[in-house]
Ligand binder design. Structure first.
Ligand code: SAH
Ligand code: SF4
Length: 359
């Protein structure tokens, strides 16, 4: 494997200060470095004009400013942009820029691939390579920030990987987003497949982030089939853990619900979901299945089924949102961030364009 140069992005202010330990002005210089790297998303040391040239040159012999290189950059007709990035070791992962009228958000990866093996997910189907470092996680945000004049204010960990399997690096990245990039932790969303011990660990940290659980079915028999993790921590246990998380942190959690035709979109599951959500002042976010060639024949729900499912939940007083789907023409949707690069995995190369929602 190629040796990957150490990068400044990913280091906390204290760590940068340690890098500069032999200088009397280490405090000031680490502050300036953080400003350039994280606030200005500057990726070239020579453009950090208020740092002494000798220092910039010395740093350049030991570090790169940021770790990532773009392999592919695709723009959707609806303004969504997707980057396929790597850090020189040949392992690629994806991040997406999501501009809205009132804000700019981004979706980033926490791992290269994912070991959780969910049967509906392109990332899961492709296998797992490794965890991303904090620098590679924050680096995705910075790469995307350089694409737009507008400020990216929201980050969702809904790209490749299971964030809670890479908890230390993800938590370090969350702190960097808050302390150095200057984002509100309330605008940082971590989505998890439902790893109970890790959710408990996160609860102890009491970070004011937004936690979302990918629930996808209220029934163990169905969730077992979709998500192998359910065999270990079934529905009742993971939902109780989310309840405890909410109590411990004072932050409302939300639930992602994937609608797969005739698998999860049935009225009986809407009823069971409504019962399960009792006492949560939360939101269920409905996600129509983005077509992936899964071998299971999963299909997108009809509009009518989505409407009916939503109606049942709302009729029971549940707050419901529907994920607006964007970036279809560049395969930027959830579950499709699979590193479609040079046929990295056979399955990944086979992913086709997404059909429009049938009426
Ligand atoms: N591993 C984490 C976060 C990354 S996946 C998790 O599973 O929550 C981000 C979201 O995309 C999850 O809610 C996941 O269930 C969803 N997803 C995966 N494959 C999908 C697909 N084919 N269509 C729609 N959503 C999908
Ligand atoms: Fe991993 Fe999330 Fe995909 Fe499941 S849905 S395989 S946890 S990325």
């Amino acid at each position: 494997m190629a040796t990957v140069p150490d990068s400044l992005v990913g280091k906390t202010r204290l760590e940068l200060k340690e890098v500069l330990e032999n200088r009397s002005d280490a405090g000031l210089r680490s502050k300036q470095l953080c400003w350039h790297l994280y606030r200005r998303a500057e990726d070239q040391l020579e453009k950090m004009g208020d740092l002494p040239q000798a220092l910039r040159e010395e740093l350049a012999t030991r570090f790169v400013a940021q770790p990532l290189t773009t392999a592919t950059h695709r723009k959707s007709t609806d303004g969504v942009e997707k980057l396929l990035v790597h850090n020189g070791d040949g392992q690629v992962y994806e991040c997406v820029l999501l501009p809205y009228a009132d804000r700019v958000s981004c979706c980033i990866s926490s791992q290269v691939g994912c070991p959780m093996g969910c049967t509906f997910c392109a990332t899961g189907l492709g296998g797992f390579d490794r965890n991303l470092t904090a620098g590679e996680i924050v680096g995705q945000y910075l790469m995307l920030q350089r694409l737009t004049e507008r400020r990216i204010s929201h980050v969702v960990f809904m790209g490749m990987g299971e964030p809670l399997l890479n908890l230390d690096n993800v938590v370090k990245a969350l702190h960097l987003f808050k302390d150095e990039v200057g984002l509100s932790m309330r605008h940082l969303t971590v989505s998890t497949v439902g790893l109970v011990p890790q959710i408990k660990k996160l609860a102890e940290m009491k970070l004011p982030i937004h936690l979302a659980l990918s629930l996808h079915s209220p029934l163990d028999a169905v969730r077992d089939r979709l998500m192998p993790v359910n065999h270990r921590w079934p529905v009742a246990e993971v939902v109780q853990t989310m309840r405890d998380y909410q109590q411990a942190t004072g932050r409302k959690v939300t639930f992602e619900y994937l609608l797969i035709k005739d698998v999860t979109d049935t009225p009986d599951q809407a009823e069971a979901l409504a019962r399960l959500m009792k006492g949560f002042p939360n939101v269920v976010n409905l996600i129509p299945f983005n077509w992936v060639d899964t071998d299971q024949g999963f299909a997108r729900p009809t509009r009518e089924a989505v409407r009916k499912f939503r109606g049942i939940l709302e009729g029971r007083g549940i707050n419901v949102t529907e994920r607006t789907e964007r970036g279809h023409d560049i395969a930027a949707a959830c579950g499709q961030l699979a590193g479609q690069h040079a046929g990295r995995f056979a399955k990944r190369a086979a992913l086709g364009p997404v059909p429009v929602l049938p009426s």
